[in-house]
Design a protein around this ligand. Structure first.
Ligand SMILES: C[S@@+](CC[C@H](N)C(=O)[O-])C[C@H]1O[C@@H](n2cnc3c(N)ncnc32)[C@H](O)[C@@H]1O
Length: 285
């Protein structure tokens, strides 16, 4: 991932300065940030459920781009799919492998039905085609326009003739009328969960002029009642209206056959000044 991914905007940039500057800022998908991301999102299956509704009870082969720790892959495996997960972060893929082992201990052995590839979704050649290619969690927003052209060409080359490309996207309704940035601050209840013994605060900033979003988790590790370490785990993304992505898919030669609304109970979404809407774009060859 590019260095640009570590650009921090909004209040989090002041906090980063207080914490000593660049050394305090780390990728949300790196060695430590990956645990924070995984902890926060692991129970949100809304987009996986929307994707599986499109599959309509049928199973087949799945290529999941930007699969991370497998939040969306595992529900497909449970439904009998054979899956390949591709991600650029070895740390996220390590969590994926650990989850596979945990599932095995719980009696779900997916050996032989799933593999992962460390790679770039912008350009990949796996030498085979799939019934479903998916890209969840609005991860398309990490790519610039040129990278998206390349992504969609790679997707085309990996879809079966009757296959579907499913991509979740986020819309901030009315953002084009907004002139000033907006930001949300959420203290995340980490409770007594042994996985993540830290204070966690989300500082999520959206710049409607630059169409950039800077999502930052301030993680403060506590020991003996004192904060012993403070870091910011960050990810910089673009605000990409679904209408623009639909147009780009069509230009790339993919036909958009439906746009489904995804309703998530994920609390963080609700605290933005503009409450975002999540959609699943369904495209065919
Ligand atoms: C928002 S997370 C989504 C992870 C998982 N799909 C989920 O829903 O929990 C974004 C993922 O995209 C991955 N990523 C970012 N840029 C990428 C790229 N160019 N190629 C492949 N993976 C990428 C990150 O490593 C991270 O795992």
């Amino acid at each position: 991932m590019s260095e640009n991914a570590l650009r921090v905007l909004g209040t989090a940039s002041h906090v980063a300065r207080l914490l000593g500057g660049d050394d305090a800022v780390h990728s949300l998908y790196g060695p430590e940030g990956s645990h924070v991301y995984h902890f926060l999102t692991r129970y949100d299956e809304a987009d996986a459920e929307a994707m599986l509704r499109v599959a309509d009870g049928k199973s087949g082969t799945l290529l999941e781009l930007a699969c991370g720790s497998g939040r969306l892959t595992f529900p497909f495996l449970e439904r009998g799919f054979d899956a390949v997960g591709l991600d650029a972060s070895p740390d996220m893929l390590k969590l994926f492998a650990e989850r596979l082992e945990e599932e095995k201990e719980d009696g779900q052995d997916y050996t032989g039905r799933v593999s992962t590839v460390e790679g770039d979704m912008v350009r990949f050649e796996l030498g085979r085609r799939f019934d479903f290619v998916t890209l969840g969690a609005n991860a398309v927003s990490y790519l610039d326009a040129e990278q998206r052209v390349s992504l969609f060409a790679s997707v085309q080359a990996h879809l079966n003739p009757e296959g579907r490309f499913l991509m979740t996207v986020i819309e901030f309704p009315g953002i084009e009328q907004r002139e000033t940035p907006f930001e949300t601050l959420v203290v995340i209840p980490t409770g007594a969960d042994a996985d993540i013994p830290m204070l966690l605060t989300l500082l999520d900033y959206v710049d409607p002029q630059e169409l950039l979003r800077s999502s930052n988790f301030l993680a403060q590790r506590v020991a003996d009642g004192k904060v012993v370490d403070s870091k910011i785990f960050t990810a910089l993304s673009r605000v990409l209206p679904p209408a623009l992505l639909r147009q780009e898919l069509e230009v790339a030669g993919l036909k958009v056959v439906a746009q489904h609304e995804v309703v998530s109970e994920f609390q963080i979404q609700a605290s933005f000044a503009i409450v975002p809407k999540i959609y699943l774009l369904e495209a065919s060859l």
